[in-house]
Design a protein around this ligand. Structure first.
Ligand SMILES: [Ca+2]
Length: 308
């Protein structure tokens, strides 16, 4: 059985809210950025520059003025409303693959406080879940987020994007992520940062959500292509990607192998079909997602040890 050298891409589909079923034109349309949807009866919003009305557009919309962190779209959720019963909104999506038990994942997303709200909070988070959330509530979710904002101050930046990130060790089988403010009003510690803003509430834009394997490219990619049927190749195949190019170099930096097939398995032979010698090789894996075909080129790099 081959050891996996499979580089992991972002497991979050539509991670930058660029792809839409149809252009948003009013509030509560997060489901247009499928497969994102709402996790409770709260109704998250979706903004994209395809809406030129300035209501759910980018950069101008009913919540203020904000350029997307990348691309042309982002999501938005209420994190707090002053003076009433607690109100929250949460976005959720299935992942492209379930998380693997005991494996570590790098998690990050970006938030920006909307211009039209008075309050900032410091308790946005991300929850991994085996099941999708369908809590029939418009207020604080009962879920407990594993990734939380770790800063000491409030998430009060209105002009740019603040990163919330962490490393998560999977229990195994988590297939969904849910993002929002999972804390009570008092625990959210709302602070008035602009008393002249229109609304006594706190509302955040969300962009660029990423969950990617933390330790995959550090795995010891040892393989023994001696034809005994055991561990005879390194498997780069990944059908969740749109495009991929694997290039393998020897220790002197000379390219020995290259393939753009989606089912590439390197068997330790060079492009002429000759056996490569024992030693350490270096791979570069360029790829692009199906959903973000306009995303910048992504790549993973690492070492492979060939033993005959
Ligand atoms: Ca975006």
């Amino acid at each position: 059985m081959a050891l996996e050298a499979k580089p992991q891409s972002n497991l979050v589909p539509n991670p930058s809210f660029e792809a839409y079923i149809s252009c948003p034109f009013t509030i509560s349309m997060i489901a247009n950025a499928a497969p994102w949807n709402n996790a409770t009866l709260g109704s998250p919003d979706y903004f994209h520059s395809c809406d030129t009305s300035a209501f759910t557009g980018v950069p101008v919309n009913f919540r203020g003025h904000q350029a997307a962190r990348t691309g042309s779209g982002y999501a938005g959720v209420y994190a707090y409303i002053a003076g009433g019963p607690p109100y929250r909104e949460y976005i959720q999506t299935p992942l492209l693959a379930a998380l693997e038990k005991d494996r570590k994942y790098d998690v990050e997303f970006y938030v920006s406080l909307a211009d039209t709200v008075q309050f900032a909070v410091k308790t946005l988070g991300l929850c991994f879940s085996i099941d999708s959330s369908s809590e029939a509530i418009p207020y604080v979710s009962s879920l407990i987020p594993q990734i939380n904002y770790g800063g000491s101050g409030h998430l009060a930046w209105r002009d740019g994007w603040e990163k919330i990130s962490g490393v998560y060790t999977a229990s195994g089988g988590e297939r969904f992520i849910i993002i929002g403010n999972f804390r009570s009003d008092s625990a959210s510690d709302p602070v008035l940062t602009d008393s002249t803003a229109a609304y006594p509430s706190s509302y955040y834009y969300i962009d660029d959500v990423s969950v990617s394997c933390h330790d995959c490219s550090e795995l010891p990619n040892v393989f023994t292509p001696n034809g005994d049927g055991r561990n005879d190749f390194i498997d780069f195949s990944d059908h969740t990607l749109a495009e991929q190019i694997v290039t393998i170099y020897n220790r002197w930096g000379t390219m020995v192998f290259e393939s753009s097939q989606s089912n590439t398995r390197w068997d330790g032979k060079d492009l002429k079909g000759n056996d490569c010698s024992d030693g350490v090789y270096y791979y570069v894996f360029h790829y692009s997602d199906f959903i973000n075909t306009d995303f910048n080129d992504l790549n993973k790099k690492g070492f492979i040890q060939l033993i005959r």
